[in-house]
Design a protein around this ligand. Structure first.
Ligand SMILES: Cc1cc2nc3c(=O)[nH]c(=O)nc-3n(C[C@H](O)[C@H](O)[C@H](O)COP(=O)(O)O)c2cc1C
Ligand SMILES: CCCCCCC(=O)C(=O)O
Length: 376
C-alpha cells in the first residue's frame, strides 16, 4: 500500500498511549493489567521504552525517496513488512475473536504472524484464518516431550514455516500485579485450545477436559514450562522437525554464540516485554553486542518496547534483520477487533514509511549503512 493510500485511512486514536487508553476502556481491570504490566518493579518494562531515546538517527538527503521499500528477508523468505506479530497468548481475553481477528488483519496486510502455544484458538484455526500469510509457531517446550513433538508436528502440517522456542520462561516471571488481582488467564479459560484439542494431552488425563475441567487445567499448568531444559535438548527437537528453529529471549551475547554452536537458525533478542526477569537489560541495549557476536551467521530479530516507526528503523539500523511488536497490536485488538489491528498496521506502516523518507532512505534494507544511527 502506498504512503498516500495508507495516510488517507488514518484516524487520530493511534498515539500509543491513546490506544492503550482506548484498550483500557474496553477491558476489565484484571485483563488490562495482565497485558500492560511487567514483572516485579517493572524496571525492565520501563527501560525497554527509555532505551530508544539514547539512539539518534542521522539522515542524509537528496536521494530519491518517492517510494520506500519496507520489505525484508529472513531465512530466505521475503516479508512485506519489517515487523512480525510477536507471539501473545490468551488473546481471547482481549477480544472474543482473539487470534482469529488478528490473523484476518495480518492476512490483509501480509504481516507475518507468530502464533503462541497458549493461544485461545488452535494453531490450525489460526492457520486457516491466515490463509497464505507467512507464519511461525512459538513453542513453550512442555515437560511432556511427546506433547512438545505433537505441537511441532501439528504446526508443520498447518503450514508454519519456523519454530520459535521461547527460552526466557523456565518459570513465569514474578508478576505482582496479576498476583494481587488473582488473575491467571488459563484458569479463566484463555489459552487452552492447543492443549485441550491435542490427542497426546488428552491421553494424559483420567477424565476429558469436558468431564473434569479443573483437573485438565491443573495438568496444563503443571506441564507448560520445562525448567530442566538445556542446550543439549535442542538435538531432540531437531530429530522431529526439519523446520528452522529460532530462539526467543536471547539477551547475552554468549547465548547467541551458543545458539550458533547448537545449529539454531536464528535468535530473537527479547526480554519478553519486561514480563520475565525484572532488572534485565533493556532489549535495545542488549542488541548491539548480540549483533556483533553473531556476525551475520544467523538472522537476529528483536522485540520489546517498539511503539513507533522510528523505533523500528533504529532497531534495523543497529543490525537486526526484523522486529516483532507485542502490546501495540493487542491494544488495537482490544480497542476494535480486526479493524483496530488494521488501524494499528496503517499507522505503523505510515510512520515507518515517513521515517524512511524523512531520513533520506528509499529502503529499510539500507538502514544498516555506517553512520545512520548514533548513541547520544
Ligand atoms: C499479554 C502478553 C502475552 C504474551 N504471551 C507470550 C507467549 O505466549 N509467548 C511468548 O513467547 N511471548 C509472549 N509474550 C511476549 C511477546 O512475545 C513479546 O516478547 C513482548 O510483548 C514484546 O514487547 P512489547 O509488548 O513491548 O512489544 C506476551 C506478551 C504479552 C504482552
Ligand atoms: C500457564 C500459561 C502461562 C502463559 C504465559 C504467557 C506469556 O508468555 C505471558 O507473557 O503472559
Amino acid at each position: 500500500m502506498s504512503n498516500e493510500a495508507v495516510k488517507s485511512k488514518l484516524s487520530p486514536t493511534y498515539h500509543y498511549k491513546d490506544l492503550e487508553k482506548q484498550a483500557q476502556k474496553k477491558l476489565t481491570h484484571e485483563v488490562f493489567t495482565y497485558i500492560q504490566s511487567g514483572s516485579g518493579n517493572e524496571e525492565t518494562l520501563r527501560a525497554n521504552e527509555e532505551a530508544f531515546k539514547k539512539y539518534k538517527l542521522v539522515p542524509e538527503f537528496l536521494h530519491d525517496v518517492s517510494k520506500c521499500d519496507l520489505s525484508i528477508s529472513v531465512l530466505g523468505q521475503t516479508f512485506q513488512t519489517p515487523f512480525l506479530l510477536a507471539p501473545v497468548g490468551h488473546l481471547g481475553a482481549a477480544h472474543p475473536e482473539g487470534e482469529l481477528a488478528v490473523a484476518r488483519a495480518a492476512k490483509g496486510y501480509q504481516v507475518p504472524y507468530v502464533a503462541s502455544t497458549v493461544s485461545t484458538y488452535t494453531l490450525e484455526e489460526i492457520a486457516d484464518a491466515l490463509g497464505d500469510t507467512p507464519r511461525w509457531f512459538q513453542l513453550y517446550w512442555s515437560k511432556d516431550s511427546e506433547l512438545t513433538v505433537s505441537f511441532v508436528q501439528r504446526a508443520e502440517k498447518a503450514g508454519y514455516s519456523a519454530i520459535v522456542i521461547t527460552i526466557d520462561t523456565p518459570a513465569l516471571g514474578f508478576r505482582e500485579a496479576n498476583l494481587t488481582n488473582q488473575f491467571f488467564p488459563v484458569r479463566e479459560g484463555y489459552g487452552l485450545a492447543n492443549y485441550f484439542q491435542d490427542p497426546i494431552f488428552r491421553s494424559r488425563l483420567n477424565e476429558s477436559p469436558e468431564e473434569n475441567w479443573d483437573a485438565a487445567i491443573d495438568e496444563l499448568v503443571k506441564i507448560t514450562f520445562h525448567p530442566k531444559l538445556t542446550w543439549n535438548d535442542l538435538a531432540f527437537l531437531r530429530k522431529h522437525t526439519n523446520l528452522p528453529i529460532i530462539l526467543k529471549g536471547v539477551l547475552h551475547p554468549k547465548d547467541s554464540i551458543r545458539a550458533i554452536e547448537y545449529m539454531v537458525d536464528g535468535v530473537i533478542v527479547s526480554n519478553h516485554g519486561g514480563r520475565q526477569l525484572d532488572g534485565a537489560v533493556a532489549s535495545l541495549d542488549a542488541l548491539p553486542k548480540v549483533v556483533e557476536a553473531v556476525n551475520g551467521k544467523i538472522p537476529v530479530l528483536f522485540d520489546s518496547g517498539i511503539r513507533r516507526g522510528p523505533d523500528v528503523v533504529k532497531v534495523i539500523s543497529l543490525g537486526a534483520d526484523a522486529v516483532l511488536i507485542g502490546r501495540p497490536y493487542v491494544y488495537g485488538l482490544a480497542h476494535n477487533g480486526q479493524d483496530g489491528v488494521e488501524e494499528l498496521f496503517n499507522h505503523l506502516l505510515t510512520d515507518i514509511d515517513t521515517t524512511l523518507a524523512t531520513a533520506g532512505k528509499s529502503s529499510i534494507r539500507t538502514c544498516q549503512l555506517p553512520g545512520f544511527v548514533n548513541i547520544r
